[in-house]
Design a binder for this molecule. Structure first.
Ligand SMILES: NC(=O)c1ccc[n+]([C@@H]2O[C@H](COP(=O)([O-])OP(=O)(O)OC[C@H]3O[C@@H](n4cnc5c(N)ncnc54)[C@H](OP(=O)(O)O)[C@@H]3O)[C@@H](O)[C@H]2O)c1
Length: 336
């Protein structure tokens, strides 16, 4: 007879081994960026590089000897990360943390002034920063826009436009927009871009499986990529979007309670990638020489992803025009 104490040890060990094996088996489909080209002399700018996928992307690029500008809202965190990466990769490229708060149009403009004063070109812009917050919290940017709309989309829209001259000076250059396959669950409602109706419903207790604020902003990222591709055609600036996959990062910190960690543990262990695994497709879009000249695509797992969302050219055009108007007005205004 096997004694009970042996079972107490053997059962958890078997569970851990089984989960690790299943995870390993699942992760065989999680692609890796195969290109290891030296990126010396190239300047990469990553928003939201203070944690998660952005931080891992910065590490991967600096390992390939690039100069990496970490555009972060929390400078203490950014400096800690720079020190940590430098310690681990003393012979890597250059790391430059600069303050950028995408929830403020003023901060974006100040950031661009700093970039223009210090750098004559940007080879690759990676629009990575993102937030995911429960709608009922009714979070707004400094200029009063709904937080997902303002940070994930509008802030990056403004930043990208202000950096176009710097990207033109570096051609062949790239813009990588980190979206999500959740864009397929999004909608663009020009009558309520700031989601007043949905926020009210959320405050009354109505919950939806997918956060509409987040999904809509990721769909706008997709439209942003398509609109830029069209506007920059023939300029030498490639524009692509990507989804890093479902990753274990700080993205869900506003939604997760302690008991979710216990309930979700099996899902996390089996289905969630690490931030590093998530960064592979971002690094691929930003640096793989084999896709130089390829533009207007959506990538997942380092290969092209066929989105189920059909781009509506009228929506694409209107979103661009409305975004320009909102940036000019610097506050939410009724759309006519
Ligand atoms: N994780 C996933 O499963 C998943 C799946 C698909 C797509 N994505 C996308 O991947 C991107 C990176 O997310 P992640 O998973 O790495 O999450 P994360 O660890 O929370 O990283 C998000 C980054 O964005 C920064 N950020 C947030 N608000 C900002 C603001 N106002 N100004 C400047 N920076 C700001 C954060 O800064 P702080 O460190 O200061 O908070 C952080 O560095 C996002 O665009 C997300 O939508 C993630």
């Amino acid at each position: 007879m096997v004694s009970q104490s042996v079972l107490y040890v053997a059962v958890p060990i078997s569970v851990v081994v089984a989960i690790s094996l299943v995870r390993k088996w699942r992760s065989r489909n999680w692609a890796k960026c195969a290109s290891n080209t030296c990126l010396r002399g190239k300047t990469f700018l990553i928003t939201g590089a203070s944690s998660g996928i952005g931080m891992e992307t910065a590490k991967a690029l600096v390992y390939r000897k690039a100069r990496v500008i970490l555009a972060c809202r929390d400078m203490d965190k950014a400096k800690e990360i720079v020190a940590d990466i430098r310690k681990k990769q003393p012979r890597g490229g250059e790391l430059i943390p600069i303050h950028l708060d995408l929830s403020s149009l003023d901060s974006i403009e100040k950031f661009v002034e700093v970039i223009k004063a210090g750098f004559n070109k940007i080879d690759v812009l990676i629009n990575n920063a993102g937030v995911y917050a429960p709608l009922k919290q009714d979070l707004k940017t400094k200029d009063g826009f709904e937080i997902h709309f303002g940070v994930n989309y509008l802030g990056h829209f403004h930043l990208t436009n202000l950096l176009l001259d710097h990207l033109r000076r570096a051609t062949p250059s790239r813009i990588v927009i980190v979206s999500s396959t959740l864009h397929e669950k999004g909608q663009i409602n020009f009558d309520d871009l700031n989601l007043k109706a949905e926020i009210e419903e959320a405050k009354r207790g109505k919950s939806s499986r997918h956060n509409p604020g987040y999904c809509n902003s990721k769909l706008m990222n997709y439209y942003h990529m398509k609109a830029l591709t069209e506007r920059l055609g023939g300029s030498g600036i490639d524009v692509n979007a990507c989804c890093p996959g479902f990753c274990n990062t700080g993205l869900f910190r506003n939604t997760i309670r302690w008991y979710h960690y216990i309930l979700m543990a099996p899902v996390c262990l089996l289905y969630m990638r690490s931030a590093k695994q998530g960064s592979e497709t971002v690094v691929y879009c930003a640096s793989d020489y084999r896709i130089e000249g390829v533009t207007g695509r959506f990538y997942r797992d380092c290969s092209e992803y066929d989105s189920s969302h059909t781009i509506d050219k009228d929506v694409e055009k209107k979103l661009w025009e409305v975004s320009e108007e909102l940036v000019k007005a610097r506050k939410p205004i009724p759309i006519v």
